[in-house]
Design a protein around this ligand. Structure first.
Ligand code: ADP
Ligand code: AMP
Length: 255
């Protein structure tokens, strides 16, 4: 362990030390982000994660990684995901139960895309009750369906970090280029502004698959919002606003 730390550059060690010192004074938080595909959960998550020192658990990202690696879980999940339907409750509850044990979740977590059914919410509550904890806040990214097609079909993703860009609303920045040139560059060769690596479009980010995903949201996930509203822990956000304004609403809801 010590030997491997010796290989870590001093600057990285210092940055991590400072982060841990800052995090030691933060209270624990367990937060759920709920909303239809494209409402901005993945865009806001890294900001919440950094500010409140939480881990970010996105079931969609975990399932896509399992599909890409062709694990038994991925093989079971692929068909439903391709069609824009939900995978079985047991599969996702299992991966969340495991993921919450990570050291990076010590101060709490952001659940992004989970729970998506009332059964998942009940199972989550049971898991947390066993540890003597509970969900503190549910952020409901309320938005009109009509806005989502443009957001979903223009989304580009950096696969290894999950960072998302948008051809119109969030093009990667390249120093020295104006906005029009950024967008042209993105169209030609989609490159992550942080790592320079290629971006991809998700297979299910099409107008046709979005229809099934929205139906799953309205039929199966909306009741989850009612479930937590009854517990008095839901904050409703205006997710149609520009990203920075949504961030301000998120910060207010969590402070
Ligand atoms: P989700 O994780 O909820 O599916 P994302 O955060 O990936 O959604 O956002 C979907 C797309 O919309 C992305 O391309 C993102 O850059 C863009 N986007 C996110 N939030 C906003 C916003 N408030 N206004 C405009 N575009 C946004
Ligand atoms: P997302 O990345 O959140 O848009 O999720 C992509 C796909 O993964 C969904 O359309 C579902 O097929 C599947 N999925 C993700 N999270 C869940 C969940 N909590 N329950 C069931 N299916 C899920």
């Amino acid at each position: 362990m010590a030997a491997s730390l010796e290989d870590v550059p001093s600057m990285e060690l210092m940055t991590e030390l400072l982060r841990r010192m800052k995090c030691s004074s933060k209270p624990d938080k367990r937060v759920i982000l709920v909303g239809p595909p494209g409402c901005g959960k993945g865009t806001q998550s890294p900001l919440i994660k950094d500010e409140f020192c939480l881990c970010h658990l996105a079931t969609g990202d975990m399932l896509r990684a399992a599909v890409a690696a062709k694990t038994p879980l991925g093989i079971k999940a692929k068909e439903a995901m391709d069609k824009g339907e939900l995978v079985s409750d047991d599969l996702v509850v299992g991966i969340i139960d495991e993921a919450m044990k990570k050291t990076s979740c010590q101060k709490g977590f952001i659940l992004d895309g989970f729970p998506r059914t009332v059964v998942q919410a009940q199972k989550l509550d049971e898991m947390l009750a066993k540890q003597g904890t509970k969900i503190d806040k549910v952020l409901n990214f309320a938005i009109d369906d009509a806005i989502l097609e443009e957001r979903i079909t223009g989304r580009w993703i950096h696969p290894s970090s999950g960072r998302s860009y948008h051809t119109k609303f969030a093009p990667p920045k390249t120093p020295g280029l104006d906005d029009v040139s950024h967008t042209r560059l993105l169209a030609l060769a989609c490159i992550c502004q942080v790592t320079g690596e290629p971006l991809i479009q998700r297979k299910d980010d099409t107008a046709a698959v979005l229809k099934s995903r929205l139906e799953a949201f309205h039929v199966q996930t909306k009741p989850v919002i009612d479930y937590y509203t009854k517990k008095g822990i839901v904050a409703n956000l205006h997710a149609e606003k520009p990203p920075k304004e949504v961030t301000v609403e998120v910060q207010k809801a969590l402070s």
